[in-house]
Design a protein around this ligand. Structure first.
Ligand code: NAP
Length: 269
């Protein structure tokens, strides 16, 4: 094992954050999972101990949108003896018609998905600077590259996170800290299981225009992307093709999504 890294994953108790812990543990890195629910964190550690016996995994109960995040990250850094890689994966999703979402839905989504990543990043920066190989990976979404029916709050938060990541990359490069951002399409996770209980038919139809991935394919895409080093990581070959269309032929992309929505349209009333 050469030069293990100290890795902090926010949102590490579930879904992509949890799945990403495995490859790092397998290569001997020290991983700490941060999330709000201590029971979910304990279950995540049990799962990882079975998958990677002897792997070094820690937990930190914390809310990225809460007042203690800086103190909690300092505690993690003390326990690991430093920090080399921060992965901002904590996130929530509120889906619904703009007329039905509340202002609180917007505020909470921005507070966790955007400000949560900003806060965790700012708290981690002094430690990443000391590392000498500091690295930040922000988990955004394809919803940071295109508007999606029902995702007005979620897209806003992910567009903001992508913008933050762009500036962060530019500012951190001279300081030797690498910044990458991941834009996955929809993938199987507890977040999507919950969404499926209540999503609007238009969101369902719109989401289906980009094929859903399993979480392992997303993990493989992220790990490959970290190795390649490019700023924007888009897991899945078909996703890369679709997002090429979204970015370079936005008019065609809107026409395709409008057509899928028209066929499914029910509306807020
Ligand atoms: N699933 C998808 O289709 C999809 C697609 C593109 C991008 N993404 C993004 O990928 C990331 C992971 O999503 P996922 O599907 O894996 O979701 P998930 O299974 O619901 O996991 C979300 C994680 O974030 C934690 N979390 C939520 N709010 C938090 C807070 N305020 N403070 C600290 N931790 C918090 C959750 O634990 P607690 O609730 O216990 O805090 C959990 O560990 C998110 O940023 C999501 O937006 C997901």
């Amino acid at each position: 094992m050469t030069n293990p890294r100290r890795v902090l994953i926010t949102g590490g108790s579930s879904g992509l954050g949890l799945a990403l812990a495995t490859p790092f543990l397998r290569q001997g890195d020290y991983v700490t999972l941060l999330a709000r629910d201590p029971l979910k964190l304990a279950a995540a550690v049990d799962q990882l101990n079975k998958q990677v016996p002897g792997g070094r995994v820690g937990i930190q109960v914390s809310d990225v949108s809460g007042p203690n995040i800086e103190m909690d990250i300092n505690r993690v850094v003390e326990a690991m003896g430093g920090l080399d890689l921060l992965i901002n994966s904590a996130g929530i999703l509120r889906e619904g018609y703009i007329e039905k979402l509340t202002e609180q839905d917007y505020r909470q989504t921005l507070d966790i998905n955007f400000f949560g990543a900003v806060r965790a990043t700012r708290a981690a920066l002094p430690h990443l600077k000391k590392s000498g190989r500091g690295h930040i990976v922000n988990i955004a979404s394809v919803a940071a590259l295109t508007g999606v029916f029902g995702y007005s709050a979620y897209c806003s938060s992910k567009y903001a996170l992508l913008g933050f990541s762009e500036s962060l990359r530019a500012e951190m490069k001279p300081q030797g800290i690498k910044v990458q951002v991941v834009c996955p399409p929809e993938f199987d996770s507890p977040m999507v299981d919950a969404l499926d209980q209540s999503r609007t038919p238009e969101n369902q139809a719109h989401a289906q225009t980009i094929p859903k991935l399993d979480v392992d394919t997303v993990v493989d895409g992220v790990i490959a992307g970290l190795g390649l080093g490019s700023f924007l990581i888009i897991p899945g070959r078909q996703t890369r093709l679709m997002t090429f269309g979204i970015r370079h032929f936005p008019g065609i992309s809107r026409w395709v999504s409008d057509r899928s929505i028209r066929n499914a349209y029910r509306g807020p009333n």
